[in-house]
Design a protein around this ligand. Sequence first.
Ligand SMILES: Cc1ncc(COP(=O)(O)O)c(C=O)c1O
Length: 387
Amino acid sequence: MTQGRPLLNRRLAEFGTTIFAEMSALAARTGSINLGQGFPDTDGPESVREAAVRALRDGRGNQYPPGPGVPELRTAVAAHQQRFHGLTFDPDTEVLVTAGATEAIAATMLALLEPGDEVIAFEPYYDSYAAAIAMAGGARVPLLLRAPDFRPDLTALRDAVTDRTRLLLLNSPHNPTGMVLTREELAAIAELAVERDLIVVTDEVYEHLVFDGEHIPLVSLPGMRERTVSISSAGKSFSFTGWKVGWVTAAAPLVTAVRSAKQYLTFVSAGPFQYAVAEALRLPDSYFTGFRDDLRAKRDLLAGGLAEAGFEVYSPQGTYFVTTDVAALGEKDALAFCRALPGRCGVVAVPNSVFYDDPEAGRSQVRFAFCKRESVLRDAVERLGQL
Ligand SMILES: Cc1ncc(COP(=O)(O)O)c(C=O)c1O
């Protein structure tokens, strides 16, 4: 407190330390297997790592790169959108490189929201959404995804739109539930967005991790090219979460707006890594299918083990997380369960309640990450089997 008021401003007062910090510290303290935070325990392709080393040594990106990102990466992002989704973006005006998807989300909210504007987002949500909306002075309007399949209620979505709604903030494949939007759902969302003249922000960081079904970018649907801000990142697709290289693709006026906010957040970031990510995006198709197939097998391994240990398992269609319900184990409170789990069997997970506005909604849900080595997952499954 100073001058009789709290230090943290009231927009951020509700956001304490993230659960990931608490649980990762707990994992370190207890020597547990950390299936809490979503980071791989193996680095991405060696050729990509070498590309970063080369860029550093050759002095590429060691000084401020251009504000929108290095041309090599913007070109590679546009080529990747064309190769995988048949989408055409102008690398000069329709691509913006950011400090991970997290900065892209924050910059988009800061750029597009006026105080009081409403943002509809799926609940549970990735935790930075609520904070980014709050920092921009917006009001979040949750759209609850219900177990067991976590499909969005499209009638409820339509009813949630008001005259104050400015944005829909979507995430597919969806963290933490693993839900992947279908073409029919995307078509209904697109129709609503066009009808109500809304901008849609899509977080597609797990675009290459779809095990059942396919990833369809919303921007590819009729009427969406001019009103969609698509966000992705190298962290999840290439297993370099520490590099924090992300990007926005959108129509030029939207990219210009987001860039206006981004330039005063970080201006630029991760110079040499941008060159390496440009190479990563050009990896052959076999890399992407191999990565997906590997994680599909890991999903099956962990989901099977959890089910055998007595958890109710909601098998994810995509991402590298599996949501479970511990009510089946006679547990009511996921937070208490997760705090006790390292002591009980040496495994760390996170309670989904932190991803909900209404903690009751996800009270007994627990999320496990399976982006770990097979031996680690086997060990975790054995430990969980002792419960
Ligand atoms: C849905 C979602 N969006 C964004 C991010 C963050 O991406 P980045 O590390 O590129 O900022 C994550 C990371 O867990 C995520 O799950």
